[in-house]
Every structure is written in structure tokens, then in C-alpha cells.
Design a protein around this ligand. Sequence first.
Ligand SMILES: O=P(O)(O)OC[C@H]1O[C@H](O[C@H]2O[C@H](CO)[C@@H](O)[C@H](O)[C@H]2O)[C@H](O)[C@@H](O)[C@@H]1O
Length: 306
Amino acid sequence: MTTSPAPAPRIPPASAPTVGAPTEPPDSAPTPGFGLPGGAALAALITAPGHALVALDYDGTLAPIMPRPMDAAPAPGAVDALRALASRVGTLAIITGRPVDALLELTGLPTAGAGEDGLANLTILGQYGLQRWEGATGDTVSPEPLPGVAAVRARLPEVLRDAPPGVTVEDKGQALVIHVRRAADPDAALGALAPALRRLAEEHGLEAAPGKKVLELRPPDHDKGRALRELVDERSARSVLMAGDDLGDLPAFDAVEALRSTGIAGLTVCSDGPEVPTALRERADLVVDGPAGIVALLQVLAARIG
Ligand SMILES: O=P(O)(O)OC[C@H]1O[C@H](O[C@H]2O[C@H](CO)[C@@H](O)[C@H](O)[C@H]2O)[C@H](O)[C@@H](O)[C@@H]1O
């Protein structure tokens, strides 16, 4: 006989400020049902916020999924919640597949002199950690793209010659994303294109990483797990929260679990929705209802930290 693990506690957005673990007094035991170790991490985050690192994915977590990438604006209240939390925790990070410049444009966060705007503790790790933006300075560090990216870019028109209408390419400079969401049958389109795209990526030293109605052709050896681990080490964080919604966030969930074994309290949060992979939902300590639920959680955290 097999048994399923108990589902993670779920906090609906509207009631997040009044129910569940985030409203527990910091010095109380975790809410029954909101079990350790996630509850311990939440308590640590609230009682010692200066040593906490809060990391958030963007698409599907801080912003609702949209048909076109350029339309994915932050959820209502998300930017205000980020601002509120940035001045209250040791490190606030957005760890995203997006390029830094696209993220700054979508969120409207300042591009320079951000420290003056209460965002000194905000770090953006773009393109799965390849790029880095610091709120304290407004500076972005971004390496040269791998040569394989240009080679793949040149070959893509030929590989996508017979792709159905609605298949598009997002060129991120360091990576190329094939989007099928606007095809008549997205899953069929991706199924038909994926083998050739995977071969193309492999030929040029890139990896093909699946996501929500996309296949990303991107440099290997950079994922959100590595990005999160390195930031936690650098900041000597004692507690870490990671929130995400897609397969690209799983390595960061792995990192949180590995960090727990080193004594760092960790909490994984799933921003739930119709396309969230089961593997991610099942791994989360806490499940909230999409970006609205994430915003409510961030608001509660900011309020509890005070
Ligand atoms: O790590 P993330 O911040 O979640 O970024 C991952 C990818 O997200 C974007 O694609 C996803 O969101 C789009 C807009 O809602 C949607 O149209 C698409 O189907 C989703 O897969 C983004 O376009 C990619 O570059 C990111 O890598």
C-alpha cells in the first residue's frame, strides 16, 4: 500500500492575513498542521528578519501568467509588498528566468539609485543567476552570452520553419525561449518541436529546459538552486523562504531542503494555479492561491515583522 504525504497547508489570498501560520505570534509554536520544518523557518524569519533571505520567482509567482511575456505585469499590490519587505529583511531576492532589464521594466522598479528608494536589500538574479542587479547601487552585472546562443539563434528559423501559427521566440540575449502558449494546440506544438529543439541545444552546448508552455534553450550549469545557495552563503542567511510555481523553481526547492540539513531554517511556498507541476506543489511546505496569495503572504510577513 502506498500513502500520499499530507497536502501542504493552503492559504487563500483573501484570508491570508487572518488565518494560518503567518499570523502566529513570533514566539509561539507553529500552527498545528503547519508542520516543522516550514513552521520553524517562518518563525525564524519573523523573529530574526535581519538574518532572513526571502526569494521569489517572477512569472506565475509575483505576476499572473499571460499569453505574451511582455504583458506579464506584477499582481496588484506586488511591488508595494516587495518595497515593504525589502526594508524589513536582510535580503529580498527575485530569482527569475527573465533578463534583469525586462524585470525592471515590467515591475517599474527603479533602474538606478535604488538604495534611496528603500530597496537597498533587494537583489535580482536574472536568467537563472547569470545576471545580477543590486538595489543598493542599481548596477547590473551580466556576462557575455555563450557562443552557442548565437549559433542556436541563427539556426532557429530553419528548425521552426513548419511550426504552427502562434509559436514565438523570446530572445533573452543569454538564452532563447520557444513559446507555444498562443498556438491552437500548445502541447501538440511543443511535442512536435521539442526533439529538434533539444538536438539543436545539445549541438551547441546549451540545455533545453521545459517550463509552462515553453522550452528554454539556455546555458547549462546555471539554475535557481545554485543561485539561491550562493546568495544564502554570501549573506550568511539563517533562514530562507523560496516561492515559485514552475519546474525551473524545483532546484531552488532542493537547495532549501539541503540548507535545512546545515541548520538553516527553510520554507518552500508554491504559488498554485492550473499549470503548476504536481512535483512542485507536492514539495511545497505551504501552498497559496497564485500571485494574489503570494502578495497576501508578503504583506503578512511585512506586518508581522513590523
Ligand atoms: O523564473 P520565472 O520568473 O518564472 O520566469 C520563467 C519564464 O517565464 C516567462 O514565461 C512564462 O510566463 C509568460 C508570461 O506570463 C507566459 O506567456 C509563458 O507561457 C510562461 O512560460 C518568460 O517569458 C521566460 O523568459 C521566463 O524564463
